[in-house]
Structures are given as structure tokens and as C-alpha cells.
Write a protein that binds this ligand. Structure first.
Ligand SMILES: Nc1ncnc2c1ncn2[C@@H]1O[C@H](COP(=O)(O)OP(=O)(O)OP(=O)(O)O)[C@@H](O)[C@H]1O
Ligand SMILES: [Mg+2]
Length: 278
């Protein structure tokens, strides 16, 4: 690589992004409303918020998989109009290819992208080792556990060397220990290759441990109701968990999210499963 990329090269931007889903019943779900914000190039922003508040929807809009109903999402200053090779996404649900071996799952995206064979093999080996699956390279996903399949999906996305990485609960299916180990590895890669990461998680601890900033989304329609810069030095290890500074961040995030989660449930009690025409 020659020369530093311009500061905005990998920046993610939201300008008053909204998303409505019209339902066949005539009702409209206001999933996301007026989301404005920036993930500067090379930063790691996590989004936390109650279930159903629009986190996956927001990532899908940045990934170019869903169009915004209003406003604009952009990457590197260019509005996103469809999927792009420089934007990598790891989905909340498992997304491995069952008929391919683990190794060929990782090479798949690179084949599509036209990466030469030798380079594909080199990167696939490195990525499988990184997620702890080197020994399982020849196995089909059905022979792996759910958590291993999710690690495989992460390896496949990282092998494409995206400049922007969108991750939707990537460690959700994993035990706490594996979560922490993979989180630390993700941080290492992020720092090494200067990725811009937008990361959705249910775990406040994980958000504080990994992020340069945490955004809290409100109950539906999802808005950003708090932005907390996490001023802990990198490299960050597990030893930071439980320190006073760490707890202060976690407590602040907890307080906001607990209020929002309760709001979601009291709403549901008032209108149990009701479909309201708009
Ligand atoms: N394709 C769709 N059609 C209709 N409604 C949708 C669609 N996708 C999402 N929604 C609605 O948009 C809202 C936000 O959904 P989203 O999946 O973004 O939530 P989330 O914050 O990711 O939740 P979770 O934490 O449970 O994954 C929900 O009310 C959901 O029902
Ligand atoms: Mg989701």
C-alpha cells in the first residue's frame, strides 16, 4: 500500500436514516427513525438496544441489503445503493454453505471476488487458524457445532479483507470464554488492518470491552438515545473487565437500556399482539 487513505475513506455515515416496513395487514412497523451519526474511519462502534429496536435493520441498510425509507447511509462518503465488496457483513443467523467444506466455505467469497487460487488458500488457512478451526478444514458445516459454524462465517467474511465490517451479534451463539477470545482476536485484526467496525451486541460488557464508542438504541422506532465514548486504552485485555472505569461505563449503559427494555414490554402489555391499522 502506498500513502495513507483519506480520513473519510472507510467512514460510515448515517444522515437521518429511517426505515418503515409496511405489513400485508396494512399496518406499518416504524423500525428505525432519524438515525444520524458517524463511525469515523478506523473506529469500532457498538450498538446495543432492546430486541426488535432496529439494530439488524440498520446494519442491513449500511450493507446495501435494505433500502432506507428516508435519509441516507453512506460508506466512504458515497451513499450505499447496494451490496459492495469493501463492506463485509457477518449475520445474526448462521450463514454457512452446507454443501461445502469449512475450507471451501472460506474460499467461496474469494472465488466470487476473483482472488487468485494461491492467495485464496493462504488467506483461508490463516483465517481458519485464527478462529480455531484449522483441524476442521475438511469438514462440512453439519459436522460442526453452532458456535463453530458462526466462527466459520466470521472467517469467510474476514478473508475478503473488507475495509468496513458490519457484525450482527456475531458471538451470540458462543460461550462466554470463546466470546472473549474471539473478541480479543477481532480487536487485534481491527487494529492491524485499520478496519471500521459497526458491531451489534446484546452484551454490554462486550460492547465496553471492544468499542471506541457505544450507541444505545431506543425501543422501536429505533433512535440513538445515548452515545458513550469508551476511553479505555488499547490493547484491551480481559483484565479491564470489572475495573471501576469499566463498571462506570457498563452501569451507565445498563441504566439507559433497562429503561428502554421495560418500555418495550409495557407497550406489549397494553396492546397484546394487536395489529393497529395506520
Ligand atoms: N423484512 C421485514 N418486514 C417487516 N418487518 C420487519 C422486517 N425486518 C424487520 N422488521 C421489523 O423491524 C423491527 C426491527 O427489527 P430488527 O430485526 O432490526 O430488530 P433488532 O434490533 O435487530 O432485534 P434483535 O435484537 O431481536 O435481533 C421489528 O419490529 C421487526 O419486526
Ligand atoms: Mg437483530
Amino acid at each position: 500500500m502506498t500513502g495513507a487513505p483519506p480520513e473519510t475513506a472507510n467512514e460510515i455515515g448515517f444522515d437521518r436514516v429511517g426505515k418503515d416496513f409496511p405489513l400485508p395487514s396494512g399496518r406499518t412497523v416504524h423500525a428505525v427513525e432519524e438515525v444520524t451519526g458517524t463511525v469515523p474511519a478506523g473506529r469500532f462502534v457498538s450498538i446495543v438496544g432492546p430486541s426488535g429496536c432496529g439494530k439488524s435493520t440498520l446494519l442491513a441498510i449500511v450493507a446495501g441489503l435494505e433500502g432506507a425509507s428516508s435519509g441516507t447511509a453512506s460508506v466512504g462518503g458515497n451513499p450505499v445503493t447496494g451490496p459492495r465488496r469493501d463492506i463485509g457483513m457477518v449475520f445474526q443467523e448462521e450463514s454457512t454453505l452446507p454443501w461445502r467444506s469449512a475450507l471451501r466455505n472460506v474460499t467461496f467469497g474469494m472465488e466470487v471476488a476473483g482472488v487468485p487460487r494461491a492467495e485464496r488458500a493462504r488467506r483461508a488457512d490463516a483465517m481458519l487458524s485464527m478462529v480455531g478451526l484449522a483441524e476442521f478444514a475438511a469438514e462440512r458445516p453439519a459436522r460442526l457445532s453452532g458456535g463453530m459454524r458462526q466462527r466459520l462465517a466470521i472467517a469467510r467474511t474476514l478473508a475478503l479483507q473488507p475495509s468496513v465490517l458490519l457484525m450482527d451479534e456475531p458471538f451470540g451463539a458462543l460461550d462466554q470464554q470463546t466470546r472473549l477470545i474471539l473478541g480479543a482476536q477481532l480487536l487485534r485484526i481491527w487494529r492491524e488492518v485499520q478496519l471500521t467496525v459497526l458491531f451489534v451486541t446484546h452484551s454490554i460488557e462486550e460492547a465496553v470491552l471492544l468499542s471506541t464508542e457505544v450507541w444505545v438504541m431506543s425501543y422501536r422506532p429505533g433512535r440513538i438515545i445515548d452515545r458513550v465514548p469508551i476511553d479505555l486504552p488499547y490493547p484491551r485485555g480481559f483484565e479491564v473487565v470489572g475495573t471501576d472505569q469499566f463498571n462506570a461505563y457498563a452501569n451507565r449503559l445498563w441504566a439507559t437500556i433497562r429503561r428502554e427494555s421495560l418500555r418495550g414490554f409495557s407497550d406489549a402489555e397494553e396492546h397484546p399482539m394487536a395489529e393497529q391499522p395506520t
